[in-house]
Write a protein that binds this ligand. Structure first.
Ligand code: A3P
Length: 322
């Protein structure tokens, strides 16, 4: 069900417009403070879209804060699902759009105030989170983020590298099809036809070499500032993954099973904010992948294997990737 203007007005009348009491409120561990969530879906929802008057900003002490945590990648790892699910937490406010401040030179040249103004309105005790998956693979980004805040928390959501590469391909393929453009089969892009080896020039392959990118980040940030989310598990069993993130962000546990329900039609978990508001991710999340030649999959998995081992070693998180 969607939040209607009518409901918004009703909430404005009945609901005292005030911040969540204290920093996190006196709520039980498995219970979401309903009032906070209703508020989140009501007036604050409008504020987030930038629809706050000067009077409202002053009255509610609203601010546009630089992010305290950024989901830096990985593209097709489940970055949108992670952001939306974290946004269930009453102390988290998401930047809805990918801002591409640090990876886009033109945006970066506009300065940090431009970036801050792109952030949603929030209460001072809340934390803002943004996600731009291009950050993970873009050379200049770690240094730029470090210059903004050297103690920022960085979230990386990863999936089994070959599946991620195919998901990446599927997204690009869909875009090409929409524009009636021709496109090669995945096999042709992922394997160099002259050498028959994995084509490391292909972006979807390069992005899945997680350790290479992470090593660049580690020149600026210690490993303790990163948290690795298992994107495959976020699909099948989101709650434990979200609880690990809550811990990493020093947030009290507020996201519960109540907030996540499996939608059989969609084939994914969807989000329940409260009794009236729930939503699934857009249809562009969870595409059907094209069938890929099994020998190519085997080749890719063998190729990624040593990089994966290194990634486990650096991050201290092991995945059962083949
Ligand atoms: P596929 O489309 O390959 O299935 P991103 O947001 O980084 O682009 O990641 C997209 C991926 O998020 C999807 O990849 C999908 O599998 C995954 N995902 C994880 N949880 C999801 C959820 N609850 N609803 C929809 N997609 C989800």
């Amino acid at each position: 069900m969607y939040w209607t203007h009518q409901m918004c007005i009703r909430t404005r009348r009945l609901q005292p417009i005030c911040p969540i009491d204290g920093r996190f409120g006196p709520h039980g561990q498995d219970e979401i403070p309903l009032r906070a969530l209703q508020f989140k879906r009501g007036l604050l929802h409008e504020f987030r879209k930038g629809n706050a008057t000067k009077e409202q900003i002053r009255l509610h002490n609203l601010v546009q804060q630089l992010p305290k945590a950024i989901i830096i990648g990985v593209r097709k790892g489940g970055t949108r699902a992670l952001l939306e699910m974290l946004n269930l937490h009453p102390a988290v406010v998401k930047a809805s759009q990918e801002i591409h401040f640090f990876d886009n030179d033109e945006n970066y040249a506009k300065g940090i105030e431009w970036y801050r103004k792109k952030m949603p309105f929030s209460y001072p005790h809340q934390i803002t989170i943004e996600k731009s998956p291009a950050y993970f693979i873009t050379e200049e980004v770690p240094e730029r983020i470090y210059k903004m805040n050297s103690s920022i928390k960085l979230l990386i959501i990863v999936r089994e590298p070959t599946t991620r590469a195919i998901s990446d391909y599927t997204q690009v393929l869909e875009g090409k099809e929409r524009k009636n453009k021709t496109y090669y089969k995945f096999e042709k892009l992922a394997i160099d036809p002259t050498t028959c080896e994995v084509n490391t020039k292909y972006k979807a392959v390069r992005t899945s070499i997680y350790t290479k990118h992470l090593e660049r980040w580690l020149k600026y940030f210690p490993i303790e500032q990163f948290h690795i989310v298992d994107g495959d598990r976020l699909i099948t069993e989101p709650l434990p993954e979200l609880q690990l993130v809550e811990k990493f962000l020093n947030l009290p546990p507020r996201i519960s099973q109540y907030n996540l329900y499996f939608n059989a039609t969609r084939g994914f978990y969807c989000l329940r904010f409260n009794i009236v508001f729930n939503k699934c991710l857009a249809g562009s999340k969870g595409r059907i992948h094209p069938e890929v030649d099994p020998s190519v999959i085997t080749k890719l998995r063998k190729f990624f294997h040593p990089f994966n081992q290194k990634f486990y070693q650096i991050t201290g998180r092991t995945f059962n990737w083949p």
